[in-house]
Design a protein around this ligand. Structure first.
Ligand code: IMP
Length: 451
C-alpha cells in the first residue's frame, strides 16, 4: 500500500500547480480561447458547472467546433477531458458533439463523464420553456422593471435539471444510464410526478416511461466507455503528479447565489463551485485566472447598468460579433462595469485576469468605465444582492481617452497605443489585479502575454 501521507502530499503539490479559468461577467468573456491557451500547460481539462447552456467555438486546423458540453481539452492530443459531477449533461447534445468530433477525425477517447452528473431529461427542457412562457404573461412593474420579463433562459433545461438533483429520488444521473433497474425505477417515478404536476403547464402533455427508458438506455450504451467515478480519477491524476485546469462555464454575475438573482443560471459559476462540482478542494489551487472582456455584454433578460441601447452599443456588437454561440441571440452591449467585475474578482479570488476583445474598442474617441453605482442618491461601491436593486442603480462613469489604431496585429504590450495601455492600467488599478493576458483577436496568435 502506498503511504497515505505521501499520497496526500502529492495531491496537494499537484493542486498547487493546477489552475482555473472563470468568467467575470455575464458569460461569453472568451473563456474558450484562454482555456485553449492554458490547456497546453496542464494534463487534464475539467468542467465543473453548467451544461449545454454554455458554448464556445474552437478552431483547430481550420475546422471550427461548437462545443457545449465536451471540455475543449479534448482537442489537445493526450489531454484528459473530464465532465465533472457538477455539470448537468444533456445526452442528446453530447451525442451531436461526439459525432461532429468523429466526423472530423478528432480522437475523443480521453473524454470522461462523471457517473454522478445529473442528466438533463426531455421533461426538463419542456418545463424550462413552459416556465418562461408563463413568466412572459406576468407583470409586476411595481417591484422592478425587469420583473415584467421571463429570465431569458437558453431553454436547455438547466434550471429544472438542477432542481431535480435537489429533489433527489427522481433525479437520473449519468451512471444510472447503465444500471437498468435503477434507471427504470427513477424514470417511472419521474413520469408519475411530471404527469401529475407538469401536464397543466404543458397543455396536457404527458410522458411515457417506456419511451424515456428506451431513450435513456440507448444513450447509456453509447456513453458507457466514457462514464467513470470522476472524483477518483481526478484524485489519482493529482496523486500521479499531473495537473488540472478547471474550466468554468457561464460567468460570475450569473451565479445562482451571488449573481443578480433571479436573472441568473442555476449553478455555482465561480471558482467556489469547483469543490462541489468535482470533489477537489480548492484550498490549495495554484492559480485562478479570471477572464473579462474590455466591455460588458449580456444575453437574456435582467438588469445591466451600463447597457448602451444606442449607436455605440450597436458598434460594439458589430465589431465584437456579439451574437450567442448557443442560441444565436444578439447580445446586449455596454461600457465596462468595473463594480460588477470587482465583485466577480473577489468571489473567485482571482490571481490574474485575461482581458479579451480589446481590439473591439478601437476607433472610439473616448472610453467610459463604470467605477461606482448611484442608488437612492448615494454612491455605492458594491454589487447589490439581487436584481431588484441592480435594476435601480445608475452607473457612475470615468472617461478615458480612446485609441484610433487597429491593434489586432500587436503582439507586445509596449507596442499598443499609449491610450490603450492606459485603459488596461486603469482597469488593473481599479481591480487590484494584473492583466497577465491581453487578447486582441480570436486567433491563438492574437495574444499578448505579460507574465
Ligand atoms: P439558463 O442557464 O439557460 O437557465 O439561462 C439563465 C440565464 O443565464 C439567461 O440569461 C441566459 O442567457 C444566461 N446564460 C446561461 N449560460 C450562459 C452563457 O454561457 N453565456 C451567456 N449567458 C448565459
Amino acid at each position: 500500500m502506498t503511504d497515505p501521507r505521501s499520497t496526500r502530499a502529492a495531491i496537494r503539490h499537484a493542486l498547487g500547480r493546477s489552475a482555473a479559468v472563470v468568467g467575470l461577467q455575464w458569460g461569453d468573456e472568451g473563456k474558450g480561447k484562454i482555456v485553449d491557451l492554458l490547456a497546453a500547460e496542464h494534463d487534464a481539462v475539467v468542467r465543473y458547472n453548467g451544461g449545454a447552456n454554455a458554448g464556445h467555438t474552437v478552431a483547430v486546423d481550420g475546422k471550427r467546433f461548437g462545443l457545449h458540453l465536451v471540455p475543449s481539452g479534448v482537442l489537445h492530443k493526450g489531454k484528459l477531458a473530464v465532465i465533472g459531477n457538477g455539470v448537468v449533461v444533456d445526452p442528446d447534445v453530447l451525442m451531436v458533439e461526439l459525432e461532429s468530433l468523429e466526423a472530423a477525425n478528432v480522437d475523443h477517447s480521453a473524454l470522461r463523464i462523471s457517473a454522478a452528473a445529473p442528466v438533463v431529461m426531455p421533461y426538463h427542457k419542456d418545463e424550462d420553456a413552459a416556465r418562461e412562457k408563463l413568466l412572459s404573461t406576468r407583470r409586476a412593474p411595481d417591484v422592478h422593471s425587469a420583473d415584467t420579463e421571463p429570465i431569458g433562459t437558453t431553454r436547455r433545461g438547466i434550471g429544472p435539471a438542477y432542481a431535480e438533483k435537489a429533489q433527489r429520488a427522481s433525479a437520473v444521473r449519468v451512471g444510472d444510464l447503465v444500471r437498468p433497474k435503477l434507471l427504470r425505477k427513477k424514470i417511472e417515478l419521474a413520469c408519475e410526478i411530471k404527469n401529475r404536476t407538469l401536464a397543466p403547464l404543458l397543455d396536457g402533455k404527458t410522458y411515457d416511461a417506456e419511451e424515456l427508458i428506451a431513450w435513456a438506455t440507448g444513450h447509456g450504451e453509447r456513453l458507457e466507455p466514457f462514464i467513470t467515478n470522476s472524483l477518483l480519477l481526478l484524485q489519482e491524476t493529482l496523486a500521479d503528479g499531473r495537473t488540472l485546469l478547471f474550466e468554468g462555464a457561464n460567468g460570475a454575475l450569473l451565479d445562482i447565489d451571488h449573481g443578480g438573482h433571479p436573472f441568473v443560471t442555476s449553478s455555482s459559476t465561480t471558482s467556489l463551485g469547483i469543490g462541489p462540482g468535482t470533489g477537489i478542494s480548492t484550498r490549495g489551487l495554484g492559480k485562478v485566472n479570471g477572464v473579462m472582456k474590455a466591455y460588458q455584454t449580456r444575453v437574456g433578460a435582467g438588469p445591466m447598468p451600463t447597457e448602451l441601447d444606442n449607436a455605440i452599443g450597436e458598434r460594439i456588437r458589430e465589431r465584437g460579433r456579439e451574437f450567442g454561440t448557443t442560441t444565436g441571440r444578439p447580445r446586449r452591449c455596454g461600457w465596462l462595469d468595473l463594480v460588477s467585475v470587482r465583485h466577480a474578482i473577489n468571489l473567485n479570488d482571482c490571481d490574474a485576469v485575461a482581458l479579451t476583445m480589446l481590439d473591439v474598442l478601437a476607433g472610439f474617441e473616448e472610453l467610459k468605465v463604470c467605477t461606482a453605482y448611484r442608488l437612492d442618491g448615494e454612491e455605492i461601491q458594491y454589487f447589490p444582492v439581487d436584481a431588484v436593486d441592480l435594476s435601480r442603480v445608475e452607473p457612475v462613469y470615468e472617461t478615458l481617452p480612446g485609441f484610433s489604431e487597429e491593434i489586432m496585429d500587436v503582439r507586445s504590450f509596449d507596442a499598443l497605443p499609449s491610450t490603450a495601455q492606459a485603459y488596461v492600467r486603469a482597469i488593473e488599478d481599479f481591480l487590484g489585479v494584473d492583466a497577465a493576458i491581453v487578447s486582441v483577436g480570436p486567433d491563438r496568435t492574437q495574444t499578448i502575454r505579460r507574465s
